[in-house]
Ligand binder design. Structure first.
Ligand SMILES: Cc1ncc(COP(=O)(O)O)c(C=O)c1O
Ligand SMILES: Nc1c(O)cccc1C(=O)C[C@H](N)C(=O)O
Length: 402
């Protein structure tokens, strides 16, 4: 390795970390000793407030108060409380996000409910890059509703909306490509979909807590996302759903569960959805996970999404600078777009031996992941990843790919 290049990148990393206004937030995380953790694309790390909150939920709330926990400990309202905390990060005013079930289930709900808002329109428009669970749900929902799915490359969406907009009821899309980390124009695509009279459903799994999506300002109709990646809610933590206020009274819930009933304890024979975001609730929520999530979200206290985005861009940009200096001439190349407006929270690196290299990275203290056939993903979490870690990770990668 060219020693001068390496020294100046190291100095640059130190300078960027020293000037970082979010540096104090790192101590809110419990990070693995001796490992650079870059797998928030799959599972964010533990945050320091979670253990005590979960112990209290188990030993005191459940252990001593049992059923009274639903009221005395606020369990019943936990999905809405966590939803509002997440809503702040998504640019959603209170009362439009609720935490419930898994992303897969909520994708189904949102997609079916959105399709029901456009009876007569026979097409669901989505992208060829859809995450598998979204793909399976889309196909099944289309079969149930007698609709057709049209999948186009992300760059073709606007053209299809213009050409065939009257047939399209719903645009289902992910603002971040789960493989490459490419960021799409949620605002512009939502506008284009609305111009064609379509309803938008966004899967925010790789955007929540990392990219400002400004759901209210962008007039998004519905959105869903997981909470275990950048939001650090823990393994299997429940998902969230956003239903824009204007749709809540007409949201025709395809999984009408008693938790979403206007009078859940009325035990009525027929479903009458709550006239609020509560209608998006289904059955009894996993309270211990919900409490862990609520505590985890404290990591974002007093943190503004613009700062998060600025730091995220600094980290991904610095990764690319390091890659340009250190990986040029190797068989590894960056697959994530270079332009800031086209990248989100992770950087993907392409290499024919990606699975083997990811294992070797792990053996050398860098946790990244692999997505078939040939991508390595490095999730850079703006609340704890440092530029020095980025530099060290790219140096380790370079030693493995030459
Ligand atoms: C874009 C996207 N949608 C959905 C999911 C997952 O859905 P679930 O939380 O139901 O496993 C993931 C990741 O697992 C994802 O990346
Ligand atoms: N949800 C996951 C899990 O339960 C185990 C391992 C990974 C995941 C993931 O979230 C994968 C992720 N959505 C992806 O982008 O590949």
């Amino acid at each position: 390795m060219n020693v001068r290049v390496s020294e100046s990148l190291n100095e640059e990393a130190e300078r960027l970390d020293a000037a970082d206004p979010l540096a104090h937030v790192r101590k809110r995380f419990v990070l693995p000793a001796g490992q650079i953790y870059m797998e928030s694309t799959c599972l964010g790390p533990l945050t320091s407030s979670v253990s005590a909150a979960v112990r209290e939920a188990v030993d005191v709330q459940w252990g001593r108060r049992l059923i009274d926990g639903w009221w005395e400990d606020g369990w019943w309202e936990a999905p809405a409380r966590a939803g509002d905390k997440i809503g702040r990060l998504l640019g959603a005013a209170p009362g439009q996000v609720v935490v419930s079930d898994s992303t897969t289930v909520q994708l189904f709900n949102a997609l079916v409910a959105a399709s029901r808002l456009r009876p007569g329109r026979k097409v669901i428009l989505s992208v060829t890059t859809q995450f598998p669970t979204a793909r399976y749900i889309t196909d099944s929902a289309a079969r149930m509703l007698d609709l057709t799915v049209r999948r186009v490359p992300p760059a073709e969406i606007e053209r299809y909306l213009r050409a065939d907009g009257e047939a399209i009821g719903v645009l289902l899309h992910e603002p971040v490509d789960f493989r490459t980390g490419e960021l799409y124009d949620l605002a512009g695509l939502t506008r284009a979909a609305h111009a064609a009279g379509c309803v938008t459903v966004w899967d925010l799994c790789h955007a929540a807590g990392i990219v400002p999506v400004d759901l209210d300002a962008n007039d998004v109709d519905m959105a869903v996302g997981c909470t275990y990646k950048y939001l650090c809610g823990g393994p299997g933590s429940p998902a969230f759903i956003y239903v824009g206020g204007r749709h809540q009274n007409v949201f025709d819930q395809p999984l009408p569960g008693w938790n979403g009933h206007e009078y859940p304890f009325g035990m009525r024979d027929t479903y009458q959805g709550a006239p609020s975001i509560a209608r998006a609730r289904i059955g009894t929520p996993p309270i211990i996970s919900m409490i862990a999530l609520e505590a985890a979200l404290d990591a974002y206290d007093a943190v503004d999404m613009r700062q998060v985005r600025q730091r995220s861009l600094s980290l991904t940009g610095f990764f690319m600078t390091c890659a340009e200096e250190l990986l040029t001439g190797t068989a590894a190349s960056v697959a994530t777009p270079r332009e800031p407006q086209r990248r989100a929270g992770h950087v993907a690196v392409c290499h024919g031996d990606a699975p083997k290299i990811v294992q070797e990275l792990r053996d050398n203290g860098v946790a990244a992941d692999h997505r078939p056939p040939d991508l390595m993903r490095f999730g850079l979490h703006p609340l704890y990843t440092t530029h020095r870690e980025v530099y060290a990770a790219v140096c380790t990668l370079r030693d493995l790919v030459v």
